[in-house]
Design a protein around this ligand. Structure first.
Ligand code: ZN
Length: 390
């Protein structure tokens, strides 16, 4: 809060004020809030909150600084003092409650969010929802696909993590996501590498993290951002990567703990719907079939479209399909931002070229906690993660 109620005279100040009546008093506990409107000031009891945006009515220059000369002006100055004291701590929470729909995603490495949920994130940002991404590691053990950057790899300079922080930021910019953070801050947990590698055993590897400690860090975010919807991986982490499995465990544990008033500090928060990322079996089979017909052998190399298919779940378990074709370009831009991990001439982009926008414009989910909405598409699936909540 800046100094807006200057001693320049109340009539010059024009305040746009929005007062929110909040159901949960704990958010504003102990805060007395002042609503200032026009030239007057009104005090509201704690439990009602005002958020102010101010527009000075005309330029404030050319006037000597004056002491308060009227009771009205004195009230405005007092209002300013109260607001400046009261709001800094509460402001973040007010911002949170400003967005009706709040989505939080938990991922293992930078790039997982874009591949799994790129159009979903872009769609909800565009619709005005609050979208928060929590990434658990920096992806230090990733393969580097850009030859000039090969020296960043873990077995050379071991500087890939720092580089991927920048890639993630660029990807989130492409999707319009401004709130992205690392679990317990960047570098707290290290990429464990693929299952069975010695990097799994490093004490700082996410795979070695104490579950409740890591979940406790996520509880803080859940209680701050208060998402109605949480998205993470299934218990196999989609494809068995230790960090994906761990991200799943941490997300599920944190969801439980956040709702428990006896745990930790801050007001308890119960997430209404939990989704796991899902790839329907038929979708992958069809995609593979068309890729092979188009002559591609590198996408899921060696996998037969009619044989056993990895990473998928039976179609009937998929509850939700979020379609957002208009955000495919943003998703592809975000993929390009993850340049060390995804090559533009690689299978992901070939998939897009061969299958068209639907390959990337539809993202599927399995609802595992909460009630599905009643509106369904032709496959009997929800089309909105927030269905039934509004
Ligand atoms: Zn990953």
């Amino acid at each position: 809060m800046g100094s807006r109620c200057s001693a320049r005279g109340a009539p010059r100040l024009n305040f746009a004020v929005r007062a929110l009546a909040l159901g949960n008093d704990s958010v504003v506990e102990g805060i007395e809030v002042v609503v200032v409107s026009g030239t007057g000031a009104t005090y509201l009891p704690a439990g009602r909150v005002a958020r102010m945006t101010t527009t000075p009515d005309g330029p404030l220059a050319d006037e000597p600084e004056a002491r308060p000369t009227s009771p009205e002006e004195a009230v405005l100055q007092e209002a300013e003092a109260v607001l400046e004291q009261a709001l800094p701590g509460a402001e973040a929470q007010l911002e949170v409650l400003d967005a009706g729909r709040r989505l939080l995603l938990v991922h293992a490495h930078p790039d997982d969010e874009t591949i799994n949920n790129g159009v979903t994130m872009a769609r909800y940002v565009a619709e005005g929802a609050q979208v928060t991404l929590v990434t658990c590691t920096l992806g230090e053990e990733g393969e580097v696909l850009v030859p000039e950057l090969a020296h960043l790899a873990a077995d050379q300079d071991d500087a890939l993590g720092r580089h991927r922080v920048g890639e993630l930021a660029a990807a989130m910019e492409a999707l319009g996501v401004s709130d992205h953070r690392f679990l317990g801050d960047a570098g707290r947990y290290r990429d464990s590498g693929m299952m069975g590698l010695p990097s799994n055993d490093r004490p700082d590897a996410f795979w070695q993290a104490d579950l409740d400690e890591a979940a406790g860090l996520l509880v803080e975010v859940l209680r701050e951002k208060r998402p109605q919807v949480l998205v993470t991986y299934d218990e196999n982490g989609g494809y068995g990567h230790p960090d994906h499995i761990q991200a799943h465990r941490v997300a599920m544990r944190a969801t439980e703990l956040a709702a428990d008033p006896a745990f930790g500090s801050g007001a308890a928060w119960a997430v209404s719907k939990v989704y796991w990322n899902a790839i329907p079996e038929s979708f992958m089979r069809e995609g593979l079939r068309r890729m092979r017909q188009a002559g591609d052998t590198t996408f899921f190399e060696g996998v037969d479209p009619d044989g056993e298919i990895p990473m998928v779940i039976p179609d009937e378990l998929v509850t939700t399909a979020v379609e957002a074709l208009e955000h495919v370009d943003a998703k592809l831009a975000a993929m390009r931002a993850h340049a060390t991990q995804i090559t533009v001439d690689g299978p992901f982009f070939a998939l897009s070229n061969n299958l068209g926008n639907e390959a990337w414009g539809v993202e599927c989910y399995r609802l595992v906690r909460g009630e599905p909405g009643t509106e369904r598409d032709e496959n009997g699936r929800e089309t909105d993660l927030f269905a039934g909540l509004d």
